[in-house]
Design a protein around this ligand. Structure first.
Ligand code: GLN
Length: 300
């Protein structure tokens, strides 16, 4: 009898699920079953219900290697969003790859406050709104504002070329690249010769705001895998926040607004700073669901 030399070896789906589950739980990953299913679903294109119903589904050896390779990376605390290459933000799917900051749910409050500002802004449908998004990262905030505020033009900047490349991809994929201009550079720097003084209605930013000395106590997913430049806000975390507050005055129109995501415990320091440097007429904070003053709302 002839033996088939090239016969591919197959594995049963349910065995791969168990193997992934035990690797992940053995490494202390919080939701091992869910994460195993997400990774397997990514490679097999089966949804979670199909996986449950068809445990005998055959998985090729090479696919098993891809799956277990990803599971091992997750055991090494690589964020699941990098392994799957995507993240949901405000109901939209964004691509995100290693080297680019992963958008967080807290930043959805920036979007909500931006939309609130736009809807209360007289005549924005007539004249349109100019919106600047600083430290755009994957573009989540700026692109979502473009999706939600149709009469808007977005100017997004980031010092990381990789971020701008990712934002450009996301803007195209989500169909707003005709209303978003992207610039590589430090905060307002690339906008200086492009936007006249007093021409911006709204500035939004989720800048790096972690104090340098706190970086080591962040979860390993963040500390070891996300870009440090997107996290490190200097000695007290406020280096970029202060520079954004100072730089905003030149660009904002009268009655314009600056929205900043800030870190836990920073509201008091920001109030003091604004008290001493009255660049804005008013400052209030929007709390997140954890009861943290998360979004600084500054009116010009
Ligand atoms: N919120 C982020 C975190 O917890 C930090 C975001 C930032 O520095 N902008 O890791």
């Amino acid at each position: 009898m002839m033996s088939c030399v090239n016969a591919e070896k197959y594995y049963r789906l349910q065995d791969i699920i168990s193997e992934s589950f035990s690797l992940l739980s053995g490494s202390g990953i919080d939701n091992p079953r869910l994460e195993a299913e997400l990774i397997i679903s990514y490679y097999t294109k089966l949804n979670r219900l199909q996986m449950l119903l068809d445990g005998a589904h055959k998985i090729s050896e090479s696919k098993r290697e891809d799956i277990i390779g990803s599971v091992r990376r997750r055991c090494n605390r690589e964020p699941i969003q990098y392994l799957l290459g995507e993240v949901w933000f405000y109901g939209f799917q964004f691509k995100v790859k290693k080297g680019v900051f992963i958008p967080r749910p807290e930043s959805e409050f920036l979007v909500e406050e931006g939309i609130k500002f736009a809807s209360g802004s007289e005549g924005h449908k007539r004249e349109g709104l100019n919106i600047v998004d600083l430290c755009t990262g994957s573009g989540a905030v700026g692109i979502t504002l473009a999706k939600e505020i149709l009469y808007s033009r977005i100017y997004a900047t980031d010092i990381s070329p990789l971020s701008i490349e990712q934002t450009s991809w996301n803007a195209r994929h989500l169909g707003v690249s005709d209303r978003i201009d992207l610039f590589i550079g430090d905060l307002f720097e690339p906008l200086k010769n492009r936007l006249p003084a007093g021409s911006v209605n709204l500035i939004v930013s989720n800048p790096p705001y972690i104090a340098t000395s706190d970086i080591n106590s962040l979860p390993p997913e963040v500390r070891d895998h996300e870009p440090r430049a997107a996290l490190d806000g200097g000695r007290d975390g406020l280096d970029l926040i202060r520079r954004i507050i100072e730089g905003s005055a030149e660009f904002l129109i009268d009655n314009g607004c600056l929205l900043l995501e800030v870190g836990q415990g920073q509201a008091g320091m920001i109030k003091d700073y604004i008290g001493k440097n009255p660049v804005f007429k008013s400052l209030e904070f929007r709390y997140d669901y954890a009861g943290i003053e998360r979004i600084a709302i500054l009116h010009g």
